[in-house]
Design a protein around this ligand. Sequence first.
Ligand code: SF4
Ligand code: SF4
Length: 683
Amino acid sequence: MQSELSLLEQIKLEKIWDFPGGIHPSEKKDLSNQAPIANLPVSKRYYVPVKQHIGSVDDIIVSIGDSVLENQPLTSSNLTMTVPVHSPISGKVVAIAPHVSAHPSAQPELTIIIDADSEQVSAPLTPMTNWQDKDKVELTEQLKVMGLSGMGGAGFPTHIKMFPSKPIDLLILNGVECEPYITSDDTLMRYFSKEIVQGAEILQHIVSAKVCIIGIEDNKPDAIKALKAATKDIANIDVRVVPTKYPSGGEKQLIQLLTGLQVPSGGIPADLGIVMQNVGTAYAVKEAIIDGKPLTKRVVTITGETLKSPQNVWAKLGTPTQDLLDFAGHTPEKQQRIIMGGPMMGFSILDASTPVVKTTNCILAPSAKKLPPQGDEQACIRCGLCADACPAELLPQQLQWFAKAKDHDKLSEYNLFDCIECGACAYVCPSQIPLVQYYRTSKAEIREIEQEKIKSEKARVRFEQRQERLEREKQERLAKHKASAEKRAKALEKDTSAKDKIAAALARAKAKKQASTDESNDSVSKSNTTTSSDSTPATKPANAAKDKVAEAIARAKAKKAAKEQQESAEIQADKKAQPVEAETASAESVSTAEQERKAKVAAAIARAKQKREEAKAASQEKTTEPEAKSSQPEAKISEPQAKIEPQIGSEPEEETPLTAEQIRKQKVAAAIAKAKAKKAKSE
Ligand code: SF4
Ligand code: SF4
């Protein structure tokens, strides 16, 4: 039941609450917490996984063969949900390849493998002086660049937690370290309490928390003493001691212990105005901000009954497990397990080159007697001990059934994801059922299905967006083509209209010209034949232009006729002296020449007729005349024929003088033309 008091009022009560369930396993902490933290010697080879946190994978920014310095970044940090990894030593990159992971699955993951050199030179560090004056964004970015992720849990990127969705009242530093055997946080608090408090101040500053509480189990008196000393002069940072009970160090359990409040199912501490960080993370925050050092090492407990010197060491990230075991004097036993983590939440490792990562807090090498291998699973006897031990108030027995049946709906209904995998249920199970393994497997399956759903949904959205885009582009193309076609049609229509207009104009002009020509021809023709038809109203020009044209033509004709008349007279006068020359000069006038030609033809025909008559008469006389006379008429007949024929097809070779009648006709024609011209002029 949630309290009616506010969070800060709850805290001021300085009360320690309790949480349901929990167990009290043998602690075994005194094996490793008797000495200060040692420095592990430099290993020959380091295995640095590119992903040591929850979130995305960074880009690798080094290559095989590169020489690297200690603290040099090996990956970039461009993505939000990611942090880079740094080289723990100076040396050379000898491989970038999959390597056994520090994970229960041991699945290989991409790892940068570096051989250490003998110099151990560090890259330049980037400390932030006067961090109190820096704003939250700047400090958080520094935490990200320094590669900080949670060191006490699943490895959530620290900078993400620095931007909670709600205002934060309380910062909790988790120094409980409730799991048996492990003492890394204990020794860190004992020997580096000042640094942890500095980190707490920075974190409190970033999230603007009003209060900071450091929670510690009562089985760590030295750590409690050290931290109380370190915080005695600091307002709003307090140390609270909680009873030893497993799993007090669980995030939700510690919040309940310190505040009496429960984080709702599916919720996060920020929903209550709380942010929690591990004490080891607080130490790393101090190094990242004040010293400018990236996260390349951590305290690791090396403990277990098979070690000569169980202890805590500063281990560089990427150190192979075997080197830690060797340093602590490991003596292998038959059927012995090597566990990364504690006996409750840790996992067995089968490859001794499994590296230390940011979340590795312990390498445990217990005796087979103290921590025997998992026994054969027996049938559930429905004793209910698992439910009594569960700190999350779940029903482990039912969850086990649903997990085996792969009934994911039921698992969700029974809040599988509220399980913190503390192992308390399995610890108490008399049937040795590996309950946590079933839950982990089911969680992985559900996450995979969810990921597939998300991928499918993204693919569907991408497909639909692509289809929409293609359809949109198609419609745009069609619209474009349609617009172009319409534009062309309009242009064509416009062009046709223009052409039609031009054609119409040409037709009109042609018709007009034709009419003018016809009229002109009519006028000329009529003027050559009669004067009476010329004067009829029907043939008069319709407009002044036509009249002018007709007048001009008439004037030209009259002038021409007058000239012809004059020339004709001159020709007649000169005819007797030089008939051929006169004929040649008069031939330049077409109409006069024609008339003359016709006259000549007529005269020639007349002469030919006369000759034929004479020939005929002579022929009749032939019957009485001698033979010598009969040939004479033939010669006379052929003469006129020779004269006539060339006169028809070409110019006459011999000019014949005009008759009186012909001269008269010419004078009449000239008079008519002159009259027409005069008339046209008067009109
Ligand atoms: S503790 Fe084990 S045997 Fe008992 S109910 Fe739970 S699962 Fe079954
Ligand atoms: S492992 Fe899960 S189910 Fe089991 S006790 Fe812990 S929280 Fe409960």
